[in-house]
Design a protein around this ligand. Structure first.
Ligand code: NAD
Length: 361
């Protein structure tokens, strides 16, 4: 296997990130090349989406699935869910290479994990694809509401981000009202648009940016938000910067430019480097509501589906993100550490504690 030229390097990557198991799925008949990464199952079955992407190399695909699956462990743990962390990737172009046979074959590989891994949609996959996987295995969630599933996770994800934002506002300003606060939402796709709606309902002043200019105009008009060019967002003074597009937008260059008090958004892996940029934000006095704590609404939606979906219970679990974020920010202050370090500590402690429970009988 030509991944980084040696099999040792695969095992050393697994050891470095603490993974339990990696499954390489190959089926020449359908052209399937996929990797299922199971990071940790202490708290429950590993749940994570299946991403389909035209990776430039197998090494890049492996590195992505390892990083994403570990983040799922932390996201579930800190939000009190009984789930482990996992993720899957299918190598290929989702527009060109995806078809029923390939997805059903992938479903067979998931079936063979006997419930240790449960999947859902992600970048490059959609609810219809999950239906194909469901034809081969029950271990799939995020099904359409029309067939008894939990449906679109984006409104729930947006509510979770809003709860995390409120917790950060409370920490900084003493009350958690967003009324009159200025928020820049970067990326007004599925989650971003839902967040803009909530923020406008709460009487916040909202700036929005997106590379899709038609969408930008439409959303600005619909909610009374102010559209700004996507390359100008760091020139605006705001209380809150909410990254809802892609990862790594918080880096040395942008931190130097940022004129905000709080960062709270839905994008995964917002800090280009957790340690370096977590610390830089602290030094600059910018409060960071850690991404994986506050963007767990989508995961909570899937979790609810597994437990017997009700809207009410899903909303309650999502509202708990407020307390989870408060706890992280309190620990960060008490121990003089960055908020991402504080979040990691809480997530790791819950797993360590439950490991002891499970080993005691
Ligand atoms: P989406 O694809 O619907 O929306 C992303 C938007 O960002 C698009 O409108 C796109 O045009 C825009 N965009 C891309 N690059 C940009 C740039 N440089 N500047 C401004 N805008 C840009 O995705 P989504 O489902 O809304 O998810 C947004 C983020 O939140 C992603 O990082 C995703 O991983 C994360 N997330 C999503 C969910 C969910 O339930 N959808 C849950 C948790 C986390």
């Amino acid at each position: 296997m030509p991944l980084q030229n040696s099999t040792e390097s695969i095992f050393s990557q697994l050891e470095a990130l603490g993974h339990k198991k990696i499954v390489f799925c190959s089926d020449p008949d359908t052209g399937l090349r996929a990797i299922i990464a199971i990071h940790d199952t202490t708290l429950g079955p590993a749940l994570g989406g299946t991403r389909m992407w035209a990776y430039k190399s197998e090494a890049e695909a492996l590195s992505d699935v390892l990083r994403l699956s570990k983040a799922m462990t932390y996201k579930a743990s800190i939000n009190g869910l009984n789930l482990g962390g996992g993720k899957a990737i299918i190598i290929g172009d989702s527009h060109r290479d995806k078809n029923e046979a390939l997805l059903r074959k992938f479903g067979r590989f998931i079936k063979n994990q006997n419930g240790e891994f449960i999947t859902a949609e992600d970048v490059g996959t959609n609810p219809r694809d999950m239906e194909y996987i469901r034809m081969e295995t029950q271990y799939v969630t995020g099904m359409p509401e029309s067939i008894g599933g939990s449906g679109d996770p984006a409104p729930v994800a947006a509510l979770g981000v809003f709860m995390g934002m409120k917790a950060a506002v409370k920490e900084l300003y003493g009350n958690d009202s967003l009324a009159g606060k200025t928020v820049i939402v970067q990326g007004i796709g599925h989650v971003g648009e839902n967040l803009v709606k909530i923020l406008r309902d709460e009487k916040a002043k909202v700036y929005i940016s997106d590379i899709n200019e038609d969408l930008l105009r439409q959303v600005a008009k619909k909610y009374g938000a102010e559209a700004i060019a996507h390359n100008n967002i760091f020139d605006i003074d705001a209380d809150i910067y909410s990254p809802c597009a892609m990862g790594a937008t918080v880096n040395t260059q942008t931190i130097n430019k940022l004129n905000c008090a709080i960062i709270a958004g839905s994008a995964n892996n917002q800090l280009e480097d957790e340690q370096v940029h977590g610390q830089m934000l602290r030094e600059k006095g910018i409060l960071f509501a850690p991404d994986y704590v506050i963007n767990a609404g989508g995961l909570i939606n899937c979790y609810s589906e597994l437990m017997g979906f009700t809207k009410k219970r899903t909303m309650q679990l999502t509202e708990n993100i407020y307390e989870a974020t408060r706890n992280v920010l309190k620990l960060s202050k008490a121990e003089n550490i960055s908020s991402i370090e504080a979040a990691n500590k809480i997530a790791e402690k819950r797993i360590a504690d439950i490991k002891k429970v499970k080993s005691s009988y």
